[in-house]
Write a protein that binds this ligand. Structure first.
Ligand SMILES: NC(=O)c1ccc[n+]([C@@H]2O[C@H](COP(=O)([O-])OP(=O)(O)OC[C@H]3O[C@@H](n4cnc5c(N)ncnc54)[C@H](O)[C@@H]3O)[C@@H](O)[C@H]2O)c1
Ligand SMILES: [Zn+2]
Length: 383
């Protein structure tokens, strides 16, 4: 019998998640050791392509050699562009270095940029790909948990402006995402934990069964193996579904900002420093959003307590007082936090938009919370 051969499926043990965006659709491949298949997947997608891997120094130390080997094994030519690590690389200066290096490496319209790293590299390399030669395609190889479950999916790319984070950028979807769950083994534990806040976020905002599964299985997610892969795949599926509904964040995609209005203000209040990693700010922000929802009578106080208990169980900060150097001088007062929230680019015509919970596992977007209510709430939380 003549059975049509299936499109290349995920190999043994890998999970394939599709991001359905018509002609911009792409696959997310998730699995232990998936990096080894990178060259083969790229040459299947784009025969004859040349690549340039953009990465940072720490990631290069651990994973650049394997990445190049995977590409070369499939006869995919590869150039390397290594930048310094950290948020400061999302700058005009480093963008210039990367775009010039891409041109020097003769990356042309049909070639591919490979972003090998965390969210910083994904945002920077993705934006460089969006603008060099008016746009070349790129592949995400996320190496942090945050990048595997969040930043590598959805096509937001960009750099920071002196006026604020992520203010210069473009929507530019990758053509493929390869998330090797083993790559996370070299990630510092604090970074892994911070990324986990985004995993828990998907449960809290839209999937109570997943949240309950995380409550029972978080130990295994941290250890690695099948539970980690399942948590990452479930998160990617959740993000992919929301992005497919609302690619440009005109509606539903804002649900992904659960915990982020408070979280960004706290990151800004601590100068985007080591005192508070992004995911840690999201953890505290998510608990504040749940508590504010409870105060407004939208959910039961026990549901808010359940969110916070889970994040405490994995070792994440959940209270303003958990922030290093906490004091009203150390992170500001309710007025200054309100001012920082108002600067967030998610603010529309002066109204603060909050993502609140109408049930545990069901978030809603709302802009009708009175600023005075939020102010009083923060004053209490700061005590
Ligand atoms: N585009 C989006 O949709 C989106 C979403 C969320 C966050 N972001 C952006 O992501 C950035 C944060 O990303 P992040 O948390 O991944 O930070 P990051 O990219 O700075 O990585 C954190 C640190 O871990 C190191 N590292 C990365 N992978 C490693 C590995 N496997 N082993 C050892 N060390 C490793 C990096 O060198 C860095 O020092 C922020 O700039 C944020 O704005 C973007
Ligand atoms: Zn986030």
């Amino acid at each position: 019998m003549n059975v049509p051969s299936p499109k290349r499926a995920a190999s043994d043990g890998e999970t394939l998640v599709k991001v359905a965006l018509a002609e911009r659709s792409y696959d997310i491949v998730i699995g232990a050791g998936a990096l080894a298949s990178l060259g083969e997947r790229i040459s299947a997608l784009r025969p004859g392509v040349r690549t340039a891997v953009v990465t940072d120094r720490s990631v290069a130390k651990h994973w650049l050699r394997q990445t190049e080997a995977a590409l070369m094994a499939a006869n995919v030519p590869v150039a390397q562009i290594v930048v310094g690590e950290g948020e400061s690389s999302k700058s005009y200066d480093v963008l210039q270095d990367v775009t010039e290096a891409l041109i020097a490496a003769r990356i042309e319209r049909n070639d591919l940029v490979v972003a090998l790293g965390g969210g910083v590299i994904g945002d920077l390399a993705g934006f460089a790909a969006a603008v060099v030669r008016r746009g070349v395609d790129f592949v995400q190889v996320p190496t942090t948990l945050l990048a595997q479950v969040d930043s590598s999916v959805g096509g937001k790319t960009g750099i920071n402006s002196p006026h604020g984070k992520n203010l210069i950028g473009a929507f530019h979807q990758p053509v493929l995402v390869v998330a090797d769950t083993d790559v996370l083994d070299t990630l510092p534990p604090r970074e892994f934990r911070a990324g986990y806040a985004e995993v828990a976020k998907y449960g809290v905002l839209g999937d109570l069964a997943f949240f309950a599964w995380l409550e029972a299985n978080h130990g295994d997610v941290f250890k690695g193996g099948a539970a980690r892969q399942r948590a990452i795949a479930t998160s990617c599926r959740a993000k992919a579904a929301i992005v497919a509904r609302d690619e440009r964040e005109t509606g539903d995609r804002a649900l992904l900002n659960l915990g982020h209005t408070f979280g960004h203000a706290l990151e800004a209040a601590t100068g985007f420093s080591d005192r508070l990693l992004h995911g840690e700010g999201v953890a505290i922000g998510m608990v504040l959003a749940a508590e504010l929802s409870a105060q407004l009578g939208m959910i039961a106080p026990e549901d808010a307590a359940r969110v916070s208990a889970h994040l405490v169980a994995v070792g994440l900060p959940t209270r303003l007082q958990d922030i290093a150097g906490f004091s009203q001088e150390g992170i500001g007062n309710a007025d200054s936090l309100m001012a920082l929230m108002a600067q967030d680019k998610k603010v529309k015509r002066g109204r603060l938009t909050f993502i609140l919970l109408e049930a545990l596992g069901r978030a809603v977007i709302t802009s009708d919370v009175e600023p005075s209510t939020v102010h009083a709430f923060l004053e209490r939380k700061l005590r």
